[in-house]
Ligand binder design. Sequence first.
Ligand SMILES: [Zn+2]
Length: 293
Amino acid sequence: MVAPSAAPEIFPTQAPAPGWLTGKPGVGTITWTGCAGFLFDVEGTRICVDPFVSNPGFVDAFFRPARPNAALVRQKFPDVAAAFIGHSHWDHAMDVAVLAAAGTVVHGSTTTAELCRRQGVSDARLVQVGDGDRISVGPFTVEVIESRHGIVPLASKIDVIELRGQGMPSTPFRWPRGAVFAYRVEFGGQSVHVQTSAGIADGPLARQAPADVLIACLAARQGTPHYLQRLGEQLRPKVLIACHHDNFLHPVDQRPRPVPRLDWPEFLESAAELRQKYGTRLVQLPRGVAVDF
Ligand SMILES: [Zn+2]
């Protein structure tokens, strides 16, 4: 008799069993670092998407200038060759300048680049990207995919879109959004689509070939109709990984808590639909743990 399996918990502490992606582990590792942050390590080359671990608390996020936890950033993202930034809000871009100072080449929108410049990053470490660009870094090729931001109720009305004036925004909350990108990361015959925010730009998505892995931002997806269904239909992923479902007002070294309005049951329903249609497996990555693929 088969016992009914319990619904997967939101934040497991166990890594998935080896072979979950390629069937022959040892190709490299992937680390979900929190929010939309991922660190990929293949053949000794490291790249990351949306590195953010400073997680200022409520008071620091809303009332004080951004102050990255540089030691923590360097600890979580050592020797990263290239960073790819989805957009310039603080929970995606606040820690990027620390990495640039340590030698990482930052890829992102003109807004991300200007925020870095205003923090003293030299142009030699900045690459402004646009839809369809393909960038090679060691064993990786990364394609830039124009995308949209998820719709955050209330916040959308007071959201800062572009960087204005001189100097840095007064608080992390005032960091401008700028352009929004998803990224397709390819290495060793595998492809990983990282949907860094929960909006969709239909044209650029329609250009995408199927992907082995879909990493989907869950925060603020409610404003994007049929969000996971549309991503799934285009990408037909073998594996689905959730991200940006942890509350970023709490430190990354504490046990993760869900974002408000996560609606985990709705996500599991969508994941089950993808499994039924395309055979997609839901794989959950424990936060902060390098997982073999
Ligand atoms: Zn955002």
